[in-house]
Design a protein around this ligand. Structure first.
Ligand SMILES: [Ca+2]
Ligand SMILES: [Ca+2]
Ligand SMILES: [Ca+2]
Length: 400
């Protein structure tokens, strides 16, 4: 055994790769000196750097090691464009102009009708796991979830959750307590969910909500499996109800699957963008959207005519719902606004509607919320072969 372990330790940094290792309590990490424990609350995971091309095979066979995976890289699922209006909330068919090709009236989530029933609740907590969120944005700052058990700036972990001064959330891209967004993508998603109804800028699907900024995608829009695992683990520990995940890529990860399972077991709804590759998720799995988590909601993007966006992944079985995701106008950092397209933008529409449902019926399970979203979705010829249901309708979901 010593020989095997020694061979794992020879490092030629130029070719070193990072791995995520999942291990049992009786496994000693000391046998892998480069191992850094991730300190997840949901189980034993560590990151290991090795230049040995057969590291995965060797490490997997060690007693007490459950599995080993590459520390994959994920990417934000957005496409940048520019400017104006929120047809996804209220499509009058006249949202014409250089910023948006003419849409079809009524192809929206029914926000105006929904808001007659509820505009959300400060009791509902939604993690935006992304490039961070501009928590000072004038259209978001009152809807950010503040860790009231943590005293800012005293360099003490007051709430003893393993993270010093995590007042606004956490930044697993830089391992700091500042989840500020230097990219725009995460702030955009946050605005779709919960931009304040305050006469400034735009309106979120929810007027009242607490958004937890969890950053693992860097300001260039990419992040690692390690960061994704830490993000989900952290959001579980902060007691959120919903996680909005507008990112993806890479092969299947047993570690990520397991951590998302823990979220489901904690009663959290995991909403994921279906992907922007114009691909069939029924035949080519996209992760995290395709994990076999019963309550997971995979979201495709529709345009203002109610049709599948040209870039959106689809799947008559595996893409559960569609939502507006073309020319979506929302918040970006620095008190700005911008138009973006992607299943990234569709995903937070669904997270927001799920939040409205839970504001009205707090005792529903994640699976019940998912079934509500699917059973009340607007079915039609346009999306028939693209999704298991149709496009989400907040008004119908609340009237149920
Ligand atoms: Ca803390
Ligand atoms: Ca503190
Ligand atoms: Ca506003």
């Amino acid at each position: 055994m010593k020989t095997l372990l020694a061979s794992l330790l020879i490092a030629t940094p130029a070719f070193a790769a990072e791995y995520i290792i999942r291990y049992e309590d009786n496994f000693s990490l000391k046998s892998l000196p480069s191992a850094q424990p991730l300190n997840l609350k949901v189980g034993n995971f560590a990151k290991v750097t090795s230049s040995d091309k057969s590291f995965m095979q060797k490490a997997s066979s060690l007693p007490g090691v459950l599995y080993v995976e590459e520390n994959h890289t994920y990417h934000a699922l957005a496409r940048d464009v520019e400017f104006t209006k929120q047809w996804g909330l209220n499509n009058d068919g006249k949202n014409s102009g250089s910023w948006f090709s003419r849409g079809v009236a009524g192809k929206d989530i029914g926000a105006l009708e929904a808001w007659k029933m509820t505009k959300g609740s400060k009791d509902i907590k939604i993690a935006v796991i992304d490039t961070g969120v501009d928590y000072n944005h004038v259209d978001l700052k009152n809807n950010i979830m503040i860790n009231t058990d943590e005293i800012a700036g005293n360099n003490i972990d007051d709430d003893n959750n393993g993270y010093i001064d995590d007042v606004y959330g956490y930044n697993f891209a830089a391992n700091t307590n500042n989840p500020m967004d230097g990219h725009g993508h995460g702030t955009h998603c946050a605005g779709v969910i919960g931009a304040e109804h305050n006469s400034i800028g735009i309106a979120g699907v929810m007027a009242h909500v607490k958004i937890l900024p969890v950053k693992f995608l860097s300001d260039s829009g990419s992040g690692t499996l390690e960061g994704a695992l830490k993000s989900v683990d952290y959001a579980i520990s902060r007691g959120v109800h919903i996680m909005s995940n507008s990112w993806g890529g890479g092969p299947r990860s047993e570690a990520l699957f397991e951590v998302i399972q823990k979220a489901e077991q904690a009663g959290i709804l995991f909403v994921a963008a279906a992907g922007n590759s114009n691909a069939n998720n029924d035949t080519t799995a996209t992760f995290p959207a395709n994990y076999e988590i019963e309550s997971m909601v995979s979201v495709g993007a529709m345009d203002g005519k109610g049709k599948r966006a040209s870039f959106s992944n689809f799947g008559a079985t595996t893409v559960h719902v569609f939502a507006p995701g073309v020319d979506t106008f929302s918040t970006v950092q620095g008190n700005n606004y911008k138009k973006m397209s992607g299943t990234s933008m569709a995903c937070p529409h669904v997270a927001g509607i799920a939040g409205l449902i839970l504001a009205q019926e707090p005792n529903l399970t994640p699976l019940e919320v998912k079934m509500r979203l699917m059973n009340t979705a607007s079915r039609g010829d346009d999306l028939r072969s693209s999704t298991a249901s149709g496009y989400v309708r907040a008004d119908k979901a609340l009237q149920n």
